[in-house]
Design a protein around this ligand. Structure first.
Ligand code: SF4
Length: 254
């Protein structure tokens, strides 16, 4: 549906609003496939390395780590200070290095190899509990791996998804990031394709339009449903909706 033709819908119940946001952003950014972007091991370790670190520095750390040590067995056995040096472009290499070695130790102990592939056959809750029991792995990281790599019906909520959901009014102003995982999940279809699209679309909106400091509301496709917009600009009329591009026109997204 073109954004200009959307009903202005500020006062919908949160669950209906969440579905509306899902459909609007699906039109705006286009639907995504569920093909994994990287292997489960790479997804897990890269996400650990990415904490408060830019994508470029995370990739640099990951590549240096494997170039330096060669394989996961060598990373696990390496002197921890040397591993910390290899991943020095991350924010907290001295904390991340022992965590990565402990994560590798637990994966080897559980599966007999440095592979997470067996998680495909685990029930979702068991896999979530096992992953989040490891050091440095929270609900967001575990959900990313289970959704992206194993198409489990979970929803990763990062700082961008959380901020957008709060401003639009899909969750309450005091709902924590951790709690938002359950609240938003309950409002969406239990379907991996829908959940992956909801996560990525809201993540992109938070990264490129709904900025932390100064959201670019005039060109936002959610202005017709967003509580923050209503409070700051008043209801979006037809002219305001018409000024939103029909689809994302900015840089390439990944
Ligand atoms: S209208 Fe503004 S505050 Fe609301 S989601 Fe869009 S950019 Fe964020």
């Amino acid at each position: 549906m073109p954004i200009a033709a959307l009903p202005v819908a500020y006062h919908l119940p949160a669950a209906d609003k969440t579905l509306l946001v899902h459909h609007v952003l699906n039109d705006f950014y286009g639907p995504l496939p569920t093909a994994p972007r990287r292997s489960p091991m790479r997804e897990l370790i890269s996400t650990v390395l990415s904490h408060r670190t830019t994508h470029r520095d995370e990739e640099l750390a990951y590549d240096r780590m494997l170039e330096t040590f060669g394989d996961w067995a060598a990373v696990e056995q390496a002197p921890t200070a040397e591993l910390a040096h290899a991943i020095r472009t991350t924010r907290w290499p001295d904390t991340q290095a022992p965590r990565i070695q402990e994560i590798l130790r637990r994966i080897r102990a559980e599966f007999g190899a440095y592979s997470l592939d067996a998680l495909a056959d685990w029930p979702t809750e068991k896999a979530l509990t096992w992953l989040t029991d490891m050091p440095g792995i929270g609900l967001k990281t575990a959900s990313l791996v289970l959704l992206f790599n194993f198409q489990k019906p979970v929803l990763p909520v990062d700082t961008h998804v959380h901020r957008v959901a709060q401003r639009v009014g899909l969750i309450g102003p005091k709902t924590s990031v951790e709690k938002a995982h359950q609240v938003l999940l309950a409002q969406l279809p239990a379907d991996a394709v829908a959940l992956l699209n909801f996560h990525k679309h809201n993540y992109w909106l938070g990264q490129h339009i709904c900025f932390f400091a100064k959201p670019d509301c005039p060109r936002c496709p959610l202005k017709g449903v967003c509580n923050h917009y209503l409070e700051h600009y008043g209801p979006a009329d037809e002219a305001a909706l018409a000024e939103v591009p029909r689809s994302w026109e900015g840089e390439k997204l990944h």
